[in-house]
Design a protein around this ligand. Structure first.
Ligand code: ZN
Length: 142
């Protein structure tokens, strides 16, 4: 049984789903990035959430911490690539591994850039939580 008020409310996206689509951690509606994830050179981030006007870089230099997240992601990707390459080819040529690891790191750099910031904002910032009040109305209509 539902009341008329809750009947028309749209259920908010889960944190994982919103993070996967790079949505604002406060409202889970506005996009964090200006372009799609497929752009290799145009990974630009909005300063403020286009929906709720939350400032993504909460203090100057906040995204420097994302470098450490990105470092962890790159190490995990390199280990996975090296172990997978060895399992498939049984090769011991260092040039194969150097070429593959550099290629994988370069190809995944837009992914790492985006998701290191998403992981930082969603799961490594203790004072930042989803706010259902911000998700109700866009900032310019309040
Ligand atoms: Zn927002």
């Amino acid at each position: 049984m539902t009341t008329p008020d809750t009947k028309n409310e749209i259920k908010p996206a889960s944190a994982f789903d919103a993070a996967l689509h790079c949505k604002c951690p406060k409202c889970r509606k506005g996009d964090m990035f200006k372009q799609s994830s497929l752009g290799f050179f145009n990974q630009k981030m909005h300063t403020y959430c286009p929906y709720c006007h939350f400032q993504f870089e909460m203090e100057p230099g906040y995204f420097y911490v994302a470098m450490f997240v990105s470092y962890g992601m790159i190490v995990a990707e390199m280990i996975t690539t090296a172990v997978g390459t060895y399992a498939l080819t049984q090769s011991e040529s260092p040039w194969l591994y150097i070429g593959l690891l550099l290629g994988v790191t370069l190809l995944l750099s837009p992914f790492n850039f985006r998701y290191s910031r998403v992981i930082l904002l969603y799961w490594l910032t203790p004072k930042l939580h989803y706010d259902p009040e911000r998700a109700k109305k866009p900032y310019d209509e309040q």
